[in-house]
Ligand binder design. Sequence first.
Ligand code: SF4
Length: 350
Amino acid sequence: MAKRNLIGLPIAELEKLTVGLGEKAYRGRQLFTWLYSVRQYDFDLMTDLSKELRRKLHDQFEFRLPVIAGEDVSVDGTRKFLYELGDGLCIETVLIPDVGNGRTTVCVSSQVGCALGCGFCATATLGFTRNLSAGEILGQLISLRDKFGESAFTNVVFMGMGEPMMNLDNVLKAIAILSADSGMSHAAKRVAISTAGVIPGIRKLAESGSKARLAVSLNAATQEKRARIMPISRKYPLDDLMKALKKYTTATRTRVTFEYALFEGFNDTEDDIKAIARVVQGIPCKINLLAYNPVSNLPYDRPSDEKMDWFARQLYPKVPAVTVRKSRGTDISAACGQLAGAKAKTGDQR
Ligand code: SF4
């Protein structure tokens, strides 16, 4: 019989598991610490568990992490990892060091491919294959700590492959283990979940009590324009999205980050600036501007640096906070919207 993977099981399930093996529940809590805090993958070295329990665990369970099947390093220090999952499918994860700020951000994937079909995104061209399990989401982070140590990353963003709100239960399960003191001890407020605007997910996140932050990929500030590049906007129109975000910020007492990628000649005019200011009014927020990173075969271009500067300077007085995010890892196709290295292995033949 195939052994069950322990990676991704939360504390309550490990307690149940040890009780099922005829042990006390607190043994499950000890196991949780070995798994996620110590990251010990040899049952024999879990020295505070009885020999009998270690034998039972060894017979029935194992540790399976996604395997690094490829790695590219950018001239700017950004690293892109290709992870192979247990069933042979692949996903990508990006590690982005920012030496000046002492921060390293890891951009994790939540799905194999994506079903939302944003017109500018390389992942969209893959189609959707399946959700990642909590263990596969967490496995990307565990693997990076195994490779680079405890300081492998300071911030986690769900901006890799997939729409995290379409797999929110597993995303939240992974974040709970990541942020548990006896787990990976990484503050949830340094985790951001980015959505294309899936309203039920935004509501569920507010109700969950998670301290993870919310980011919304805006990219166009009128319904007509947004629906042209983000089909999800037809299901969840911009007005409804903004109402949901107002409720979210009130309920959680946090602000939301809007990601706005500039596409040359599409969403970079004075009218677009006015539309952004109008649509975010009354929502505690900041706006991250970034230049679009072109993807071959997709019809959008990157604006000039001068256009980016002009846009940021015009927008800033009209909204509470604006930052310009530098594109990183463009030479290895690791920047926002460029993740598609798994194409050959997602089962998608287009
Ligand atoms: S931008 Fe995000 S939500 Fe849209 S298709 Fe790409 S991965 Fe999916």
